[in-house]
Design a protein around this ligand. Structure first.
Ligand code: SF4
Length: 459
């Protein structure tokens, strides 16, 4: 097994694996989904085509995540199944990338020595070189070990987009915060911003390729640009970036995820309101409504401050829809703390929420805190929170009945082929009668509502 350091070269090659088939399995967040699209793009640059399943594949890549629960069980379960295939077909190449690979490189190789390549979160642009190396010399690993630099952020990789009209654009990688439940700073490192000109160039290229919707990605988009320190000019900030991306012709919808409540300021809210393409949608992760729990999480805001910012956003951006993340059962959370979360949710009236039961992530500060909450208690609280949020989501959706909204088609509905699934600018799912191609904009009248979706008719 060889261990390589971070190299300086980018992939530039003529295709060497023409007609071979690749399969990518992605676990985790949007950042991982986007990384997988870019690695798929690199495989295709090398002449490969997508495989339908493992039986059909010459190269299998598992892009791991260690944020979700049981990530390692899932990885080793997948690798166990792949071993049987590799025993039959030794020329199958198995690659493991992403957060868990970054954190547990040696463990992956020790537990699954039939893996050919293990690589970290800043090394994805090297996937073809690592594959070449494994074929020539045997198993190889490569992760970043020290703080990476802006030059380790690939800015112009090809990408195989799952949805042709919609694209993710990375604006920062890593995170400078230290939320006690989160492994991201450990596995993705310090925050690094891409240069604004590189981002705008990528968005222009996407627009030229038929993309009309972009989602700007970063762990904390509000701190975008703070590390750039460009000489002779004011530092670029996220509000400037939104305005610049908003000027790119052909881009009709701009979304971003995620802002941090402690860092979101009026300049970003004003840029959202004043930039026509920026959607009226804000995902602001609350995590808990208890000041005591927020302190233990090291989130850097109080529930009152969170609500002030939410109200400011709603006052600044007409028609804004909001969503959040909430963790239930954080270590030490009492019934009174949880009640405060319910109170904040009642007051905030989010359109939607991603709710999670806390589970310890090895390597985080919270994993070793006292006062871990029994699963049964956390599940019961989770059920109460879910029920409250469902009621609020339904009330907000019912209020839309009779209105007409612009929607962007995502193609035929999976449940009913006579309808399309589409999204509003506020990121609500609408099932609309009739067929329209993916990527088509249309207007729909809202006829019915459920907590998680709307039903509409084209107008
Ligand atoms: S802001 Fe907190 S939760 Fe988000 S990535 Fe950074 S450390 Fe993790």
């Amino acid at each position: 097994m060889t261990t390589l350091g971070i190299p300086e070269v980018r992939e530039r090659r003529t295709p060497t694996r023409i007609g071979k088939r690749y399969l990518v399995r992605t676990f985790g967040c949007q950042m991982n989904e986007h990384d997988s699209e870019r690695m798929s793009g690199l495989f295709e640059v090398d002449g490969m085509v997508p495989a339908a399943d493992v039986a059909d594949a010459d190269v299998v890549l598992i892009n791991t995540c260690c944020i979700r629960e049981n990530a390692d069980n899932r990885l080793y379960g997948n690798l166990g199944q792949l071993k049987a295939v590799k025993d039959e077909r030794p020329d199958l190449r198995i690659l493991v990338g992403g957060c868990l690979a970054q954190k547990d490189r040696d463990l992956v190789m020790a537990k699954a020595p039939w893996v050919d390549v293990v690589f970290g979160t800043h090394n994805l642009h090297r996937v073809l070189t690592l594959l070449d190396h494994a074929e020539e010399w045997g198993p190889v690993t490569e992760i970043w070990e020290e703080t990476a630099s802006i030059d380790d952020v690939p800015s112009s990789l090809p990408s195989h987009r799952e949805v042709p009209h919609s694209a993710w654009v990375t604006i920062t990688i890593g995170c400078n915060n230290a939320c006690t439940f989160c492994i991201v700073p450990t596995v993705r490192g310090k925050e690094i911003s891409r240069r604004p000109a590189d981002i705008v160039r990528e968005v222009r290229a996407l627009a030229a390729d038929g993309v009309s919707e972009v989602t700007l990605l970063g762990q904390n988009v509000n701190s975008y640009g703070r590390d750039l320190g460009l000489e002779g000019s004011r530092r670029p900030i996220f509000a400037d970036l939104l305005r610049r991306v908003g000027e790119v012709e052909g881009i009709r919808r701009i979304r971003f995820t995620s802002p941090h409540p402690k860092d979101i300021r009026i300049d970003v809210l004003e840029a959202m309101a004043e930039t026509a393409a920026v959607c009226e949608q804000l995902h602001l992760p609350l995590q808990s409504g208890s000041a005591r729990v927020l302190r233990a999480m090291q989130r850097g805001y109080t529930p009152e401050r969170f609500l002030e910012k939410l109200r400011l956003a709603e006052a600044t951006i007409p028609g804004l829809a909001t969503s959040t993340d909430i963790i239930v059962g954080f270590p030490g959370e009492t019934e009174s703390d949880f009640q405060q979360t319910l109170d904040v949710v009642e007051e905030a009236r989010f359109d939607g929420a991603y709710m999670f039961i806390y589970s310890p992530r090895p390597g985080t500060a919270a994993a070793t805190m006292g006062g871990q909450i029994e699963r049964g208690v956390a599940s019961e609280r989770f059920a109460r929170l879910t029920s409250l949020q469902q009621r609020i989501s339904l009330e907000k959706n019912v209020a839309l009945i009779g209105s007409t909204v612009e929607v962007l088609s995502e193609g035929a509905s999976r449940k009913d082929a006579s309808m399309i699934t589409a999204r509003t600018r506020t990121n609500k799912v609408v099932h609309v009668a009739g067929i329209q191609p993916s990527g088509a904009f249309l207007h729909a009248r809202i006829d019915r509502a459920a907590p998680s979706h709307l039903m509409g008719t084209p107008v």
